[in-house]
Design a protein around this ligand. Structure first.
Ligand SMILES: *[C@@H]1O[C@H](CO)[C@@H](O)[C@H](O)[C@H]1NC(C)=O
Ligand SMILES: *[C@@H]1O[C@H](CO)[C@@H](O)[C@H](O)[C@H]1NC(C)=O
Length: 305
């Protein structure tokens, strides 16, 4: 019998089916990403999977892409729960109206409500982020997940629905200064040293973990990077990293009971004809890769008829 099946059967006896399914997958070893497809077929058969490697030479400049908006415009501090899920560190916002934060505009046609943040990182600086830029990975990646609040009632429902999710990706690099927002998490790391342990977080600033509002971004249609790999996510990747002090990354790596040794990043997936768009205007560069010319052509041909 296949070792994955044995683990599932044993876990089911102890914990019930849905907990078993959500717990068996890992980032390394016999339950690693190459086996996810045995239970979640999209992880194996999907053609629009995430993460991807972003090749700066192949970005398409789209002049229709507006700036991303995160409302309210002013900074608010939110409360929630920080959890050691064993596969990552997840922060879940409390579900109350006073701390509602929405992602809109940019490439999005709907309003997406932020519900959780996930941290992906590695055992050393050269690995950790899920998305790669020009073949390079960053020491960590923060993913801010929102669900489509116009069409769905909650994250779970939106996860499998058309245009269900928007995920903002912030690549983390090492800088000289301490990131104050992240320090609010860091002070609680001691409380999440047990498997699946949780702790309350007060007054956390999501905007403190974002680059400046006017920062450009890259966007494409992809999937969740964990099982079931549903292809319902519009990804928005900021064009500038956010900096953590080296010590902050060391503190993150020191959290015990994470079920991986190297990193909790899924490997990058094939692009398969998808377009990766950006609002970075490369006009001044010699290798112009833009939709502008083609759009003008379309407009002209309509008017000339
Ligand atoms: C977020 O979006 C919802 C639904 O569209 C809306 O009711 C709410 O007022 C928005 N909140 C903010 C802070 O913009
Ligand atoms: C999400 O919404 C669905 C449909 O209304 C409901 O059945 C489910 O319990 C909700 N899940 C959560 C986690 O609230």
């Amino acid at each position: 019998m296949n070792p994955v099946i044995i683990v599932i059967v044993v876990t089911v006896i102890h914990k019930g089916w849905s907990t078993a399914l959500s717990m068996w997958w890992k980032y390394e070893g016999f339950a690693g990403p190459d086996r996810w497809g045995e239970f979640w077929s999209m992880c194996r058969d999907g053609k629009q999977q995430s993460p991807i490697n972003i090749n700066p030479e192949e970005l398409l400049y789209d002049p229709n892409l507006k700036h991303l908006e995160i409302n309210p415009e002013h900074n608010i501090n939110v409360n929630g729960i920080l959890e050691n899920t064993e596969n990552d560190i997840t922060f879940r916002l409390d579900d109350i109206a006073e701390q509602q934060m929405n992602i809109t505009q940019g490439p999005l046609s709907y309003v997406y409500r932020i519900t959780e943040l996930k941290l992906h990182y590695g055992s050393e600086d050269s690995i950790g982020s899920e998305h790669h830029i020009g073949g390079r990975s960053f020491p960590a990646e923060l993913q801010i997940m929102g669900y489509n609040a116009d069409l769905y009632r909650n994250f779970t429902e939106a996860m499998s629905g058309n245009k269900g999710l928007a995920i903002i990706s912030v690549l983390i690099d090492i800088g000289d200064e301490i990131n104050r927002a992240f320090d609010v998490f860091k002070r609680k790391f001691n409380s999440i040293s047990q498997l699946r342990s949780q702790t309350k977080i007060h007054a956390f600033s999501i905007k403190g973990l974002l680059p400046p509002v006017e920062t450009n971004y890259i966007t494409y249609e992809g999937s969740l990077t964990q099982p079931g790999c549903q292809e319902t996510a519009t990804w928005i990747i900021y064009n500038k990293p956010v900096y953590f002090a080296q010590q902050q990354l060391l503190d993150l790596r020191a959290i015990v009971n994470q079920n991986w040794f190297h990193s909790n990043a899924r490997r990058t997936m094939p692009l398969n004809q998808r377009v990766v768009r950006t609002n970075i205007n490369f006009r001044k560069k010699s290798r112009l890769c833009t939709m502008e010319r083609e759009m003008r052509y379309q407009v002209n041909s309509l008017f000339q008829k």
